[in-house]
Design a protein around this ligand. Sequence first.
Ligand code: TEU
Length: 564
Amino acid sequence: MEQLWWQTAVVYHIYPRSFRDSDGDGFGDLKGIIEKLDYLQFLGVDVIWLGPVYESPNDDNGYDISDYYQIMEEFGTMEDWELLRNEIHLRGMKIMMDIVLNHTSDEHAWFVQSKQPGDNPYRDYYYWRDSNEGLEPNNWESFFGGPAWEYDDDAKAFYLHLFSRKQPDLNWANPSVRQEMYDMMRFWLDKGVDGLRLDAVNLLSKPDGLPNSELTSIDKKYAPCGHLVANGHEIHGIFHEMNREVFSRYPIFTVAEMAGVSAEEGLLYTDPIRQELDSIICFEHMDVDNGPNGRWETVPFQLTTFKRILSNWQRTLHGSGWFGLYLNNHDQPRVVSRWGNDTEYREESAKMFATCIQMMQGTPYIYQGEEIGMTNVQFDDISKYRDVETLNYYRIETEERGRNSADVMRDIYLKSRDNARTLMQWDESPNAGFGIGTPWIEVNPNFNDVNVKSALNNPNSILHYYRKLIHLRKRYEVIVYGDYVLLLEEHPDVFAYKRTLRDETLIVVTNFSEQEQIVEIKEPVLQQELLVTNYPDNGENMDRMQLRPFEARVYLCKQKETFK
Ligand code: TEU
């Protein structure tokens, strides 16, 4: 496989609204990010992924774009963005923009135009359909709850929105839509952007005729349609064209966010021979605690399932495709609260998860606050939540399905996206040093204990551990290019694997439980060195280990065979 710059890179993911507010208006902004670039450089990351910063009415915090060529007022100006780009580049880092191709805002000029009667070229930019005897054109349910169709009085028709009603889906079968989007991406790439994160991008090709979903939802009203709209029949053709028209003309890195994708499909999207995309962020490993009725229903985390899924991706993409390694982002609850222990073992479990995911093959993504072990939040009232998906869920469950509020709040505590969107915790000053204004969302009350300033002062902090992991990736090629073998496959509490490149082997052992675990790893090695661990080294070799709660160890070994 050809070696490329982004294969050794570590990405830091910024949710601009919550990162740092420089002007006191209560919203994070571009100048705020500039203030923190030295910190990110110190952490050692290579690429900064900026959540969407384009003009937007913020129904879905910037994922509803009304103008792709303007910067959102709350975040600053185009000059601020150019300064941010320059400051990132000056520090030897790169900038990745978040691009939303599947939908625009309903306030985008194309959508406003598309409602007009008569001969109107914009009508076909979206999915406008007549009503089906007064009902929606089909039974699809939006990913954010309720019908995927909204009736518009001016247009006298329904339009499709897989996400919120303020995010109408674009019709990618229309060549003008595709050209507009290619122009837009080239605009940003010509401005010196180094990478693109493509939002929900395997949804671009819808099935012909938009057929009903055969699934049923709990109340039989609308039915999930993800399986019909993901990986549609034209999708590979679209990416091949996009690659020819855009990506292949720049020395950039692309990562596609794709739900409902198997490892085998992931390989089709990312195999360089096919000239589509460079890498993929999948959902399969994050969905393991979702119940049969979707993500709001939580079932117990099964480590064996999690291991099987990640191992399958590791093996399938090795040597051809490329994987995005993550356990946290702006759509997911914080993993330390979700599958770890965010009280007694917060530090241990945060470091253990980082070790487990970052020693695999792929590009690691660190989501803001993950590096200090930020946790989920439990606001006492729904009025303190901001996420459109969470608010829709609360309304539908309490008003339409008649569930009691306390039960619904429990689901929200576990899965709300706002768990990850509270303010970045910089120090122990009011609002954790986010800014002096009244913030758009409340701070997590634990910021006195969990913040960057105290983490910087403590050499054993999660933050310093992350720095170490990042440095190891730069130093040992086996972490980047080694092959992958799962060890202790059936163990219910320990995730262990082996990476090998030439004469070097890395053995990664992580305890996902609060109990001690005794495990033995018998490998024919000549020498072994404990590269990193989240507990004091007790001198054990890997042929007999007594792992403490959430303990993680990484051994670097020289293989015996190579010394024959
Ligand atoms: O997410 C796409 C996606 O699949 C999500 O809808 C995911 O299933 C959901 O967030 C889980 O709750 C992307 C963005 O990351 C997300 O923030 C946006 O809301 C969404 O696209 C629409 O643009």
